[in-house]
Design a protein around this ligand. Structure first.
Ligand SMILES: [Zn+2]
Length: 183
């Protein structure tokens, strides 16, 4: 394995999705590899049940504070990975979707497809709870249709992460569709 040169650890917490009682701690460590690549290790551990998970992510992108923008226009782009730190805001303006900063565990680490899937779930639940004569129905159904297209790469959209503290990142499948603006 690689030699650990730099280790920066920050902890985050959220309610356990498995037992709903415990608190899951996320530890984030960054390792510098000898070939100058960086690697991020995320550890998820519940203090009450057995829920745990590890993610090892090659870091090819910066983790400085800033605004990350990825243009998504193909099925391939949906496999781009993202990590939204709890201090960051995640947006898809074309679909009117926003995750405000905060410990919304569903949106910590996933790929673009995962983001769409979770949004679609949330919007479907919202739709089901509307009365039949609600004036929002048409708009919500349009958003749902566009989300379904987006999940097949047939609805181009922009995914934007605004992170004033740093730590969030996007690992694009296609680098030419990604921009980072340092804050
Ligand atoms: Zn648990």
């Amino acid at each position: 394995m690689s030699k650990e040169v730099e280790k920066k650890e920050e902890d985050f917490f959220f309610k356990c999705p498995s037992c709903k009682k415990g608190v899951v701690k996320i530890s984030k460590s960054i390792y510098d590899l000898p070939d100058e690549d960086k690697m991020l290790i995320l550890k998820f551990e519940c203090d009450k049940c057995n829920f745990h998970n590890n993610d090892i992510i090659p870091l090819t992108t910066r983790i400085d504070p800033g605004i990350m923008v990825l243009k998504v226009s193909s099925e391939e782009d949906l496999r781009s990975k993202i990590y939204r730190s709890p201090t960051a805001k995640l947006e898809i303006p074309e679909l009117e979707l926003i995750v405000e900063p905060g410990p919304n565990a569903d949106f910590y680490f996933t790929n673009i497809e995962g983001v769409l899937f979770k949004f679609e779930n949330a919007v479907s639940i919202y739709r089901k709870n509307l009365e039949n004569n609600d004036s929002q129905i048409e708009e919500i159904e349009d958003i749902l249709k566009n989300m379904q297209k987006a999940r097949k790469g047939q609805f181009p959209f922009t995914l934007k992460i605004t992170d004033p503290e740093g730590g969030s990142y996007i690992i694009p499948v296609n680098n030419s569709k990604y921009t980072f603006e340092k804050r």
